[in-house]
Design a protein around this ligand. Sequence first.
Ligand SMILES: Nc1ncnc2c1ncn2[C@@H]1O[C@H](COP(=O)(O)OP(=O)(O)O)[C@@H](O)[C@H]1O
Ligand SMILES: [Mg+2]
Length: 602
Amino acid sequence: MAEQPDSNLPDHGTFALLRRLFGDFGYRYRVRYAIAFTLMAIAAGCTALSAYLIGEVVTRAFGDRNLAKVVELAVIAMALFATKGFAMYGQAVVMARIGNAIVAENQRHMIARLLDQGLSFFEVRHSSEFLARLNAGAVAATQVLGLVIRAVGRDLLSLIGLVAVMVYQEPLLSIAILLVAPPVIYFMRHLTKRARTVAHSQFVGSMHILETMQETLQGIRIVKAFGLEPMMQERAARNIEEIERASNKMARVANRTSPLMETLGGFAVALMMLYSGYRVILGGANPGTFFSFVTAFLLAYEPAKRLARFNIDLNAAMIGVRVLFEVVDRPATEPDDSDRPPLVLSDARITFEDVTFTYRPDEPVLSGLSFTAEPGRMSALIGPSGGGKSTVLSLILRLYEPTGGRILIDGQDITQVARGSLRRHIAYIGQDVFLFRGTIRDNILFGRPDATDDEIVAAAQAASAHDFIMSFPSGYDTQVGEHGLSLSGGQRQRIAIARGLIKNAPIILLDEATAALDSESERQVQNAIARLCEGRTTLTIAHRLHTITHADRIFVIESGTITESGRHEELLRRNNRYASFYRHQIQKHDDIPPRAAVAAAG
Ligand SMILES: Nc1ncnc2c1ncn2[C@@H]1O[C@H](COP(=O)(O)OP(=O)(O)O)[C@@H](O)[C@H]1O
Ligand SMILES: [Mg+2]
């Protein structure tokens, strides 16, 4: 998980990441890069020339006392600065555009990779981890691109130009001053490593805050009802403190460059003063040369400082890029298999042949499960909670693959056909109805995006949803929130059924679709379900047994195998597992209609 770097992924070096960030796009954006670097070079040239110009001015003014020449130089200086301004502007815009395109591209990659993952990938991770990665990744990529562009484009090129002026004016002194570079580089390397560690704990901390935030928001009812506010506050507080501490440490580490750089800078300045003063006073050297050198040195000082801490800032920002690439590079656990033959349906008969399955090694969930769901009929799965019923539906959808045995639909092993073609033929309705952000119409359309308005209304009517939808002021255009909070459980369930109906799939999978409803909504939803299932192969998991007494066949699943099967009356007569479940439920609940209860008692 996120705390530990994934061991099966290559550890990306900073340079490798940089090359990837720029290189992948280097060719595509080669013209823009060329324009940007030309503009940068122009700006850097202007900076260097202005330093050189100062020397000229001093020579003309003090030496030659030539006012006309000085005026000319002043005009040139103005032109130089204006040129530099425009070049910087153009360069910044071009590079920002490249950077934004790179960030967008990586975000698209990340979303695509996430959608390529099977369910088990998401089960071991908190969803906020992906939010953190996507977000941190984008911010960091922008930051890294900005840093590199500034470092190379502005600072490095200016530095080269200015050092050229320095060397031209005072070669010996320049070399003396450049001697401070090696200790700086050594010290920075050390700081860079620390910065990387601190940046990592900053990222982990912010991910934990997101986790707490997300859980608090999603479980806000429970938080309030159980008075968990202080606990949530406390949880977040710990992470916030963690980040604060990490950020403080980062501030210390990153800025530790300042004392060193200033001290060394002062040393260089002193050295320069002594040497130049000596040369001008005793050696009779040209003061113009001296001024030009000093100007170049002072102009070079800031970019040199920024370059010195460049690696630290880069490594701190790189952590985000790294976590983004960790997702992008992950091999798909549900790779595209659309080149396989599609599932060809004739009757839609589903057969399980000795299917075994485990989520975790050594914890068998299905052990040798065999049954057939007859075409056009309703088959029901019942049994104790945890027996493996939902798992059966997940396997039919190929959300997981069986560990052993085969699942056949019309004689075709479903692992051998294209996943998409399989899922297209199945409408799945679970207990938790998920409504996506958007209108009710949008949510029904997810069943079949090309459905017409008339078809939407027809589906909603069949799902007993049309009337309550029309009772809203905006009708089908009513917005449903993140989790459709404004709708009741029964209403959401009926929208889900309309979504299933409009898909018009020959296979229907229902997982306790009415378990969360009160008996009035359950009755309405049951009617809608009956219409949905008409003439289709239906596999339903029932929590309340009275909802499946009319099923064509009932399978009792216990500990991953089928222990009994038959029709309701037949199973009651047999007076075995089903009959005992049924009687147990009648004793426990009084929500069973009298007729069924009488039948059971008799
Ligand atoms: N995603 C999962 N990861 C690990 N174990 C799971 C997962 N889903 C279900 N299980 C386990 O598999 C067993 C069967 O679960 P399930 O098929 O949901 O049973 P049922 O629907 O009959 O209540 C249970 O022991 C459950 O804990
Ligand atoms: Mg279940």
